[in-house]
Design a protein around this ligand. Structure first.
Ligand code: SF4
Length: 467
């Protein structure tokens, strides 16, 4: 990178958000064109050209991995209190190490001057660069929180292959991503160890892991749907990913393949590289010939993250034959847990980027996540408030991933103790670890827990007495 390169084609300022009072309707839709925020507003990127910005390699090399690098980007726009707060979180509570591509940092405080206060309150910052003062001091973790809260590792049938639902598997090809989210549900496995979490390690060579997956899937024709994930498939060298996908496509019982990649938003430059686009086209053509539904599932949590480059990456995938690009966001307080925020995001996805707003998951019960999690009744209210604005097929379902059960729509609980914040759920299938058990798991009620700070005083007192 040369410091002296001229700056060219700097993006235009974002149009101001329509400030018309939202009278009459709880939510007033206005189309908002996508804009790539001007990255040269950050002192560390004043020299960065459009060519540099649009290079996947430049983005990867300039990912922010530590406080020193963040300071080099932000300079003195953000004061020392913020960096000290961040250092405290990293030393004591963070479950994920820091890794944020420039593309994502550029969607923080996109509209106004970058100040300490604006950076603190930014929704994307709140989940990508969490600080100690974000976390709760009363109930930072729920007593039933767990590292592998969904027991995916317990359900491995081969290294990285989780067989939870009867007809579907989750294939974790690797344990890294181009970006690390503070709330990652796979914090047990994904990313580098932090002072608070010593991560589980994959031990097989990738080639042996992939072969074990394919062998299992050939031997289990009842599995028809494979979520190819990690980590993030954008970190699998394309040649290896294509070879894995072609192996899946050679198994005639596999009918759905979904590629999980937050990088479509966090690093859209990756999905716009020529070799990746050409490779994706080969895979999509093969899938189409064999009648297999090939889709990309991404993970966007806020409307500010949808920029023209993200829309271009999604539309390119559709153009080369991927059948659908869908979003699975995570519902988080301080980030998107209001109906207008969710609707703004859904309209940006559906109307501007060609990405189907598919699911919002409730944030899982991992340690130190209580400040993000919402209660089931809050999620039910949000689902209610989303109805009727988007086309029916593009109205997202808010789901709770109940440990040992799986995804349930948030209204599907069978019983709910609002005082103690315990909901009970049932299921209609056995997971791989229950298949041989004599226990009647189909009759069992499985609990899920609301954040304790959302409970009435009597409920809080009950949990304090348990502790
Ligand atoms: S991209 Fe997905 S797997 Fe990777 S850190 Fe974020 S939530 Fe976890």
């Amino acid at each position: 990178m040369t410091q002296a390169e001229p700056v060219e084609a700097i993006p235009q300022p974002r149009p101001t958000v329509d400030a018309t009072p939202r009278a009459g309707q709880p939510y007033e839709y206005r189309r908002r064109p996508l804009v790539e925020p001007d990255w040269t507003r950050f002192p560390g990127w004043t020299h960065v050209t459009r060519d540099m910005w649009e290079s996947a390699q430049w983005q990867r090399v300039h990912c922010v991995k530590n406080i020193k690098q963040l300071r080099a980007v932000l300079g003195d726009l953000v004061d020392e209190t913020f960096y000290a707060d961040l250092a405290e979180d990293q030393a004591n509570t963070a479950t994920m190490s820091m890794l944020v591509p420039p593309q994502m940092i550029n969607t923080m405080v996109p509209d106004g001057p970058v100040t300490t206060e604006a950076f603190y309150t930014d929704p994307v910052r709140r989940y990508m660069i969490p600080v100690a003062s974000d976390r709760r001091t009363d109930w930072a973790s729920h007593p039933y929180s767990a590292r592998d809260s969904l027991h995916e590792h317990d359900m491995w049938v081969a290294e990285g292959l989780t067989h939870r639902y009867p007809t579907k598997v989750l294939a974790e090809l690797l344990s890294t991503c181009p970006q690390y989210c503070g709330h990652c549900t796979r914090m047990d496995l994904v990313g580098n160890s932090t002072p608070a979490v010593d991560k589980l390690k994959l031990t097989l060579k990738p080639v042996d892991r992939y072969e074990a997956h394919i062998t299992y899937l050939k031997a289990h024709p009842g599995v028809r749907d494979v979520v190819v994930s990690g980590g993030d498939v954008a970190n699998v060298p394309w040649k290896n990913l294509e070879s894995y996908l072609m192996s899946l496509l050679s198994i005639d019982t596999i009918r759905d393949i979904r590629l999980a990649t937050k990088a479509l938003m966090g690093l859209p430059q990756h999905w716009l590289q020529h070799d990746v686009v050409e490779g994706l086209e080969r895979v999509a053509r093969t899938a189409s010939r064999r009648g297999v539904n090939l889709a990309i599932h991404t993970h966007v949590n806020h409307a500010n993250s949808i920029t023209p480059l993200v829309a271009k990456a999604a539309q390119t995938a559709l153009e080369v034959g991927v059948r659908d690009v869908r979003n699975q966001g995570v519902l988080m307080r301080g980030v998107n847990a209001t109906a207008p925020e969710l609707l703004d995001l859904c309209f940006a996805l559906q109307g501007e980027a060609g990405i189907l707003p598919y699911y919002f998951y409730m944030c899982d019960m991992i340690p130190n996540a209580e400040h993000w999690r919402v209660a089931v009744w809050q999620a039910q209210q949000l689902q209610h408030d989303l109805m009727g604005y988007l086309p029916g097929y593009a109205t997202p379902r808010i789901v709770c991933d109940v440990p040992f059960v799986g995804k349930r729509w948030v209204h599907m609980l069978t019983e709910y103790d609002r005082e103690r914040g315990i909901s009970y759920w049932t299921k209609n299938y056995r997971t791989s670890i229950e298949a041989a058990s004599g226990e009647d798991v189909l009759a069992k009620r499985h609990p899920y827990y609301d954040p304790i700070d959302t409970l009435p005083d009597a409920g809080k007192a009950w949990w304090s007495a348990q502790a």
